[in-house]
Structures are given as C-alpha cells and as structure tokens.
Design a protein around this ligand. Structure first.
Ligand SMILES: Cc1cc2nc3c(=O)[nH]c(=O)nc-3n(C[C@H](O)[C@H](O)[C@H](O)COP(=O)(O)OP(=O)(O)OC[C@H]3O[C@@H](n4cnc5c(N)ncnc54)[C@H](O)[C@@H]3O)c2cc1C
Length: 372
C-alpha cells in the first residue's frame, strides 16, 4: 500500500494547482483515472480570464485570483499566463435586460457605442447590436503553461502523480482513508475530492450525501473566416444572454453555442444539431459565412445548485475535502481556490473573507432547510 499525508483525486487544473500548494508543506499524491493531466474539462476550456464573469461570489474570487496570476507572472514572466484580448458583450433588442443585469456591480466594464463595437469586431451586424460593453482587460489564459507550472512545482516538492488510477472505494478506518483504485491500494489522512464532473460520485464512494453537482455540456466549433482580416486582434464576443460566443484562435475562430445541457459525467463530445443551432445564432449577429467546421469538441462545466464552487471540509466525514463545482470559471479561479484549499487543509488562516468562505462551504447544502 502506498501512503501519503494527503491524496488529491483528479489531475485537472483544480487538483494539480491545489496539490502544488499543499506539497510545499506536506507529503502529497495525486491519483488520476486518465493517462495524462487535464484530459477532461481543463483541456477543453475557452481559456479566458474575465473579471465580471459569474455571480457576485465568483466576481470576488476572480478579483483575488487576478492578483495571484499577477504574482505568478512575476516569476514566470509578464505575458506568460495572461494576454489581454478584451471581452465584448453585445445585446440584441431582446437581450437588454440580461445586458443591464451583467452591468450591475461590474468592474472595469465600459459601455461603448455600436460604432466602437464594430471597430473592435468588424464582422458584427450593425442592425442587430443594440447595446455593447467591453471589459478591456479580459485576457487569454495560457492553460497549458499554468498547468505545467503547477506540475513542475509539485514535483520539485516531491509530489507524485499516479495516472491510470481510478478510485473505486474510499473507507475511513483508524484515522486514515483507505483508497482502492484500479491500480492498487493507497492511504492518506486527508482526501481532496477534485474529481470535476465526477465529484459527487467520488463523494458517494466515501458514503457522503451529494452536493447536487450538475455537469453541463458546452461545445465549440473551429471555423475559418475568409471575409475578414486580422481576426486575431478581435476580442472575445459574447451575446448578453450567453446564447453564443466567438473567440479567435491562431487565425481561426472558435464559435460556441454556449450550450448548458445537463448530462451524466462522461468524456464529452459535441452534437451536430447543437453546433448548427449555435452557429445559426452566431450568424444572426455576425456577417460570417460558415461553410465548414474545421474541428469541434465539448467539455463539461460542473455547477452546484447556486453556481458557487464547493470548497471546504465535509462535516459528514473526517478528513474529506471538497474542491468541486468550478463551473465555467475553474481555470481563472484556480490560483485563489488552490490557495484557499491549501490554507484550510494545512490549518492556516484563509486569505478570503468569512462571507466568501461560507458561500463556498459544502455545508451550505447539507444544512439546507434546517430550522434555527
Ligand atoms: C467549453 C468550455 C469552456 C470553458 N471556458 C472557461 C474559461 O474560459 N475560463 C475558465 O476559467 N474556465 C472555463 N471552463 C471551465 C474549466 O475548464 C473548468 O472549470 C475546470 O477545467 C475544472 O477543472 P477540474 O480540475 O475541476 O476538472 P477536470 O479538468 O475535469 O479534472 C477532473 C479530473 O478528475 C479525474 N477523475 C474523475 N473521477 C475520478 C476517479 N474516480 N478516480 C481518479 N480520477 C478521477 C478526471 O479524470 C479528471 O481528469 C470551460 C469549460 C468548458 C467545458
């Protein structure tokens, strides 16, 4: 049997970033079902950092995370992780309410006129766009550089990653978790559940109630744009009702239907009809002919019922830590959630507010409905 102080389940961005923090002060192993890190949601993201993306809890986390990205870039070099692209939100006639809702309590978001929006993205149809706003500082994230940085620093602190190692059972005995996997037995005093879309299933293996995580599929298609030049300079363009978005990538354009179909955890792939409908919504706003899809993919964005991440020790079992429900924000919030998780697990004072700590706590679901 292999033993460590802490075992992290899942080598996605959440598990690896947290393991890297923990390994500075503890003996840590990461167990991953797949043969490589980041295989599921982490490698399929749109790789954007948008300060105003998400609810109020997320917006606060994003602010904290931005500072930590800046700190990381002091070591890795400016521009190594974040490169400013901008996030242009456009609203059609029937999306004004969503547009105003997004604007409320936002930071660094400028409302601009339609002509300026067209300068930023000349493919936009002037007759369709009724409102526009830009978060100029929104940035592309180099996901691979970030993930590899965390893996490198984890290994420098003697962290070990076991691939092809799927958790089959979790039993708590004599103050330790005994973990049966597809490739042997492990034990640790603390287990971190960073299993992404599978986190409720992993919780169930340990005998815990589900927190109600719902994996939602999000798809993307890569298309060529022949009508316009210099598309690499365009911002990400997002519809105010989040019914499509588009983002340049290496001379091509990623178009997402921004689908949110609830599914069981699985190795996600896109459905043709979902892509076709999304491209149709995109084309209602953009003068771009789409004749062919060069490539397409899908991934799972996993949400708790209130859409806040679920981060903290379970009150149902000793030494079981939840790190799940990062939804569509798990790359941009990874540094702050890793820091927060490591602080809680290593018994350090957290650097985020008590209000935020409560908003993330797994107990918020267990205590639901309890009377005073
Ligand atoms: C299309 C799309 C666009 C997105 N865009 C953005 C964006 O622009 N910005 C942003 O910040 N976020 C974005 N996200 C969200 C982001 O990708 C996720 O929040 C993040 O990757 C979640 O990381 P994770 O480590 O929790 O999950 P994952 O990367 O899925 O990792 C979980 C790991 O756990 C492993 N695992 C599961 N069960 C077991 C088991 N029983 N035993 C062992 N291992 C197990 C899995 O194999 C997997 O590798 C996007 C997501 C999608 C799908």
């Amino acid at each position: 049997m292999k033993a460590a102080d802490i075992i992290v389940i899942g080598a996605g961005m959440a598990g690896i970033s947290t393991a890297s923090r923990l390994a500075e002060q503890a003996e840590v192993m990461v167990l991953e079902a797949e043969s490589q890190p980041g295989y599921h949601s982490t490698s399929r993201s749109a790789a954007m950092f948008i300060l105003n993306y998400g609810n109020q809890v997320l917006r606060e986390l994003n602010q904290h995370s931005k500072c930590l990205y800046d700190e990381l870039e002091q070591d890795l070099g400016k521009g190594s992780l974040l490169n400013v692209r901008g996030d242009l939100m456009v609203a059609g006639a029937d999306e004004i309410e969503q547009f105003n809702h997004y604007l409320a309590n936002s930071t660094g978001l400028d409302v601009i006129n339609i002509d300026e929006a067209l300068q930023l993205c000349p493919a936009l149809r002037k007759d369709k766009v009724h409102k526009a706003a830009i978060e100029r500082g929104a940035a592309d994230i180099d996901v691979d550089t970030l993930l590899q940085h965390y893996i490198r620093s984890f290994k420098e602190n003697n962290g070990q990653i076991e691939y092809n190692c799927r958790i089959k059972s979790l039993t708590y005995k004599n103050n330790r978790w005994l973990i049966t996997t597809s490739s042997g037995l492990y034990s640790a005093s603390t287990v971190v559940n960073a299993a992404g879309a599978w986190a409720d299933q992993v919780g169930a293996l340990a005998g815990l109630d589900p927190v109600g995580l719902i994996p939602k599929r999000r798809s993307a298609a890569l298309i060529k744009v022949s009508e316009h030049e210099s598309i690499d300079n365009w911002p990400l363009v997002l519809s105010a009702s989040e019914s499509w978005y588009a983002k340049p990538q290496s001379g091509l354009l990623i178009v997402s239907p921004a689908d949110e179909d609830p599914v069981q955890p699985h190795d996600a792939w896109p459905e043709d009809l979902v892509l076709a409908e999304g491209i149709d919504r995109f084309q209602q706003f953009m003068n771009i002919e789409v004749n062919r899809i060069e490539n397409s993919w899908a991934g799972l964005r996993t949400f708790a019922p209130d859409k806040n991440p679920v981060v903290g020790f379970s009150s149902q079992a000793q030494g079981f830590f939840w790190l799940a429900g990062q939804g569509g924000y798990g790359i941009q919030t990874a540094p702050v959630l890793a820091q927060f998780s490591a602080d809680l697990i290593l018994n350090h004072a957290p650097k985020i507010s008590d209000i935020l700590i409560r908003a993330l706590s797994p107990d918020r679901f267990i205590n639901q409905g309890a009377t005073g």
